[in-house]
Design a protein around this ligand. Structure first.
Ligand code: HEM
Ligand code: HEM
Length: 220
């Protein structure tokens, strides 16, 4: 059985991507919600001082950040499939470890779904993504309105699911940090640097079939 070393943490790339996505989400979600409020309420008077130009700016910001997120999230997934994560502490029961793994996998699926549906929604309806246009990146898909409308619905539903699951995820991390104090937050912190990931303790040595020789160099 493998024992847990409190210092065992994720590699630098995983930690960097994790906190970069957290930062981008903190801007992306409020921008996404704010830009659709007038459309939902039906009139701008409901939001005193908010002009169409403000909404347009939010859309441009959300689509630009979204384009950055497309690249970041695909790079993050590529990194994740090519790098192992450190095993969770043995102090965490098996069932909880499985739930944590399933939650993390679901977060990856929802992140991908979020950016893909956002992109199909915009490009499928023939709207521009100003940042990609400025960078000379052509649309990667043709205009397809039916799929774009479905994507818009999926984007919205996914946003709710993702925000809820992130809430559960952060709640669990805080419970581990403040109540159980088992060093789980330290596995994903700091975002940059912090030295190499600590090696895992390989656990108690297998009992040796033959006693060490008196001439064993390690005993001198
Ligand atoms: C992980 C990345 C993303 C997050 C967390 C996110 C989040 C959101 C949220 C919370 C909303 C409002 C939800 C609603 O419609 O009720 C929204 C709407 C929207 N998002 Fe995103 N988004 C992301 C990526 C993208 C991308 C990549 C694009 C396109 C390039 C995009 C384009 C849009 C558009 C056009 C809307 C308005 C939908 C409508 O008018 O119904 N999003 N997004
Ligand atoms: C302030 C907010 C957040 C905190 C404090 C936090 C903290 C953590 C910690 C400590 C871990 C490591 C868990 C472990 O020991 O295995 C982790 C993993 C993870 N977090 Fe977060 N997180 C936050 C927000 C987010 C957000 C917004 C997302 C994405 C939407 C996210 C996605 C993930 C994923 C996918 C993993 C698993 C990493 C892997 O195994 O590849 N987290 N998070």
């Amino acid at each position: 059985m493998t024992r847990f070393t409190p210092g065992a943490r994720y590699d630098g790339g995983t930690r960097f991507f994790h906190w970069l996505v957290v930062l981008l989400f903190l801007a992306q979600i409020p921008a996404g919600v704010a830009m659709i409020v007038p459309a939902q309420v039906g009139e701008f008077q409901a939001l005193p001082g908010v002009e169409q130009s403000t909404i347009d700016t939010l859309y441009i910001l959300h689509k630009g950040l979204g384009a950055i997120l497309i690249a970041v999230i695909f790079a993050r997934v590529a990194w994740r499939v090519t790098h192992r994560s450190p095993p969770l502490p043995n102090t965490i029961p098996e069932l909880e470890r499985r739930i944590a793994k399933a939650t993390h996998a679901s977060l990856y699926v929802l992140m991908v779904l979020m950016v893909v549906t956002g992109y199909i929604h915009v490009i499928g309806l023939g709207f521009p993504i100003e940042l990609l246009d400025a960078l000379g990146v052509p649309p990667l898909i043709p205009r397809m309105e039916r799929l774009a409308v479905i994507s818009s619905f999926v984007h919205r539903a996914t946003a709710f699911l993702l925000v809820s699951l992130v809430g559960v995820h952060v709640g669990e991390v805080l419970r581990h940090h403040f109540v159980l104090k088992d060093g789980v937050l330290g596995r994903m912190w700091p975002p940059i640097g912090g030295g190499p990931a600590q090696p895992m303790d390989p656990g108690p040595e297998e009992p040796r079939a033959v006693p060490p020789s008196t001439f064993d160099s390690s005993s001198r």
